[in-house]
Design a protein around this ligand. Structure first.
Ligand SMILES: Cc1cc2nc3c(=O)[nH]c(=O)nc-3n(C[C@H](O)[C@H](O)[C@H](O)COP(=O)(O)OP(=O)(O)OC[C@H]3O[C@@H](n4cnc5c(N)ncnc54)[C@H](O)[C@@H]3O)c2cc1C
Length: 368
């Protein structure tokens, strides 16, 4: 059996490694030269770390990351509202994780500079993937792991209906030894009481932190399409937006904004779509963000991508036929994905609701 994985992000690489470890002929086809582009860092809980260890990554030794043992919720004046212990959570930089995964796959399995364009059919059966550079990869199974804007998904199921994005997120990463030291493994989130506005800080090392500002774009926003995202004007607009929205937040927040290099920050339009009725069509199957996207409030996108790889590879290796394997994969993953989509929406609505008085459950109960 020859498996062609389309997209070499976290889902695609994990899938490639699992299949390679079981001597399945697999190629991972990625559009970038090296896919570690975009995204700063993410939280991962023990399910994802278990997958990392199964893939032979001793995450402590090989993958720089920082244990995050506490979640602290504070209000926008700095008052502590809630504090809870997190078990087995780590913060990893996306570039570090991708570099590690790339090393676990032999070079001949990785095919870069391949932008998937379309499938080639023979008598109604998909037999090959074609790339925009003219290259073609024949196979028996095709796995769409090409992220939230998946071309593979679009070609087998058509356009999905994304829920309109009601929350946006500005993300950044800064070096600041004093502040990172003071966080000491603590994910701190400052939440404005009566508006959809929050600021989070997560240490990625002894000297570095990632930060994010989640905001209701109805409060204030940057006009879309006026300036290019790589322009100095855009970065200045981004800085002004954060300074303006967060002007009453505590000193730690002001310190981050003061030292942040806004050329490395960007706005992430958070969005999701309903659970698909199936993840496969004929010999094509979807995984990771290509298969499902939930809102970021549950911090589970990466872990879910890795769990997809574990489950799908297990099903492909152990079920008697591909249709049976793909159906079992869907059955095993669908409930949990649906729960994350729904929980993300509940947390978003709570975040946006100015009348909501309770403490907002910012960490998913599903993935505790
Ligand atoms: C700012 C930000 C913050 C996040 N924070 C968190 C967090 O805290 N916790 C968490 O768990 N998750 C978080 N996520 C989500 C997480 O990054 C994704 O859910 C996860 O990376 C999904 O992995 P994936 O492999 O399915 O998709 P991706 O990582 O998007 O990988 C898709 C790959 O496919 C490639 N590709 C796309 N199109 C093509 C094509 N046509 N041909 C070939 N290759 C193609 C891309 O280059 C990419 O390498 C965050 C995401 C962002 C953007």
């Amino acid at each position: 059996m020859k498996v062609v994985v389309l997209g070499g992000g976290i889902a695609g690489l994990c899938m490639g490694i699992y299949l390679h470890q079981h001597d399945i002929d697999v190629s991972v086809n990625e559009r970038q030269i090296f896919s570690a582009v975009g995204g700063h860092a993410f939280l991962m809980h023990h399910d994802g770390i278990t997958v990392l260890n199964e893939l032979a990554i001793n995450s402590n030794a090989l993958l720089p990351g920082k244990e995050v043992h506490t979640f602290m919720l504070r209000d926008s004046e700095g008052l502590i509202l809630n504090e809870k212990t997190l078990e087995d959570w780590q913060c990893f930089k996306r570039t570090d994780l991708l570099a590690c995964l790339n090393q676990l796959l032999p070079a001949y399995r990785l095919k870069n500079n391949r932008v998937f364009s379309h499938f080639i059919y023979e008598t109604d059966q998909i037999v090959a993937a074609a790339f925009s550079n003219g290259e073609v990869e024949y196979g028996d199974v095709f796995i769409g792991a090409d992220g939230a804007n998946s071309i593979v998904r679009q070609q087998i199921f058509g356009e999905v209906k994304f829920e309109p994005g009601k929350v946006k997120e500005v993300v950044g990463i800064i070096q600041h030894a004093e502040l990172a030291g003071s966080l000491q493994g603590r994910f701190t989130k400052f939440q404005q009481k009566d508006q959809g506005l929050s600021f989070g800080l997560i240490p990625t090392s002894a000297t570095e932190m990632v930060w994010f500002m989640q905001y209701d774009p109805l409060l204030a926003d940057i006009p879309e399409g006026i300036s290019s995202r790589s322009s100095g004007q855009y970065h200045e607009q981004l800085r002004q937006l954060c300074l303006n929205l967060l002007k009453d937040f505590p000193a730690e927040v002001q310190e981050v904004l003061k030292y942040n290099d806004f050329r490395t920050s960007y706005i992430w339009n958070t969005r999701d779509f309903d659970l698909l009725p199936s993840f496969h069509y004929q010999n094509v199957v979807l995984m990771g963000d290509a298969a499902h996207v939930a809102l970021p409030f549950t911090s589970a996108g990466t872990t879910n991508a890795m769990l997809d790889a574990k489950t799908l590879s297990h099903c492909m290796l152990n079920y008697p036929s591909l249709p049976a394997a793909f159906s079992a994969y869907y059955q095993l993953r669908a409930d949990s994905i649906k729960e994350h989509v729904n929980l993300g929406r509940t947390l978003r609505d709570s975040f946006l609701d100015a009348t909501s008085t309770g403490v907002i459950p910012l960490i998913s109960t599903v993935i505790k």
